[in-house]
Design a protein around this ligand. Structure first.
Ligand code: URA
Length: 287
């Protein structure tokens, strides 16, 4: 792309709508996109698909597309944190994707959440800064009902341990999550953060869900999040990679489920997923 003249400084894409950061264009990706932070996790997600190919790789953004159980699916890494995540959602939305599932890792705030358990977020406390550049802090960062239900159903089918509830998204892995910074630095306003968040029902820390949910709500898109608990801030355990394969399997399966619900909604002329529609879906599946 070096030397190419883009449409304008405000719309940094080519005439074919190739996006400046992600280097993807319409037709390259599915409407369903799994969004891990780590580019290596994109390859790992795609290793569970029937067929997969690399679409683009630029900076922290690696994109694969393929088929999972016959459903067209994509995965794009967001990099760590909210600014790069917002860029990924912006550019994927511009080329037609409308459903995003974060597949991440997380630090649990509760003793009863074991290392390797999965956490599905119903909403996220917006402790990061990016979403505040889009909308006032009172605006809720909530996940989409159908994506969240599909993640729950996927976990039930796979028989993996999961928890459902509120997440806190920060811009800082260390002091922003009340871990000591270099030389033990911790600003007074972050002292007691873990206890405070626990006291108001928050389950876990991570760094991207709030931005994904906020942008999805503003733009009328759908989003959910499933994270593997690799750390527990109560028990002080930290196990690299624990539960990540389960999170990947659940997210892939949730896309298959969502695609079936989307098809059924269109057949039945329904705008929303509902218990009665899910009952029909079970009947169709022969349950
Ligand atoms: N990711 C985070 O943001 N925090 C953790 O503790 C673990 C993963």
């Amino acid at each position: 792309m070096a030397g190419r003249k883009l449409k304008s400084a405000s719309v940094p894409e080519t005439e074919e709508k190739m996006q400046y950061h992600l280097r993807v264009k319409p037709g390259d990706v599915s409407r369903y996109v799994l969004v891990p932070g780590d580019p290596e996790r994109v390859k790992r997600i795609a290793s569970f698909w029937d067929k997969a190919w690399e679409v683009a790789h630029h900076r922290e953004y690696l994109t694969y597309t393929g088929y999972y159980k016959g459903v067209l699916i994509s995965a794009t890494s967001t990099g760590i944190g909210s600014p790069s995540t917002a860029i990924a959602i912006e550019e994927l939305a511009r080329i037609g994707s409308d459903t995003f599932i974060r597949v991440g890792t997380t630090g649990a705030l509760r003793k009863e959440i074991d290392i390797g358990d999965l956490i599905i977020s119903t909403g996220a406390v917006r402790l990061e800064g990016t979403s505040k550049q889009y909308v006032t802090p009172e605006y809720p960062a909530v996940s989409s009902l159908d994506v969240t239900l599909a993640l729950i159903e996927a976990c039930e089918e796979l028989g993996v341990r999961y928890h459902l509830g509120l997440t806190a998204s920060t811009d800082s892995f260390y002091v922003g999550q009340e871990r000591p910074g270099y030389k033990g630095y911790l600003p007074p306003f972050n002292k007691g953060l873990v206890d405070f968040l626990k006291s108001v029902g928050v389950l876990n820390f991570e760094m991207e869900a709030a931005t994904i949910f906020t942008l999805a709500n503003i733009y009328g898109l759908r989003a959910g999040s499933i994270c593997a608990a690799i750390a527990n801030r109560e028990t002080e355990e930290f196990v690299v990679d624990a539960g990540v394969d389960d999170a990947i399997r659940a997210a892939n399966e949730a896309v298959k489920i969502l695609s079936e619900w989307d098809e059924l909604r269109s057949i039945e002329g329904k705008k929303y997923i509902s218990p009665s529609l899910i009952k029909k879906w079970f009947e169709r599946r022969g349950y």
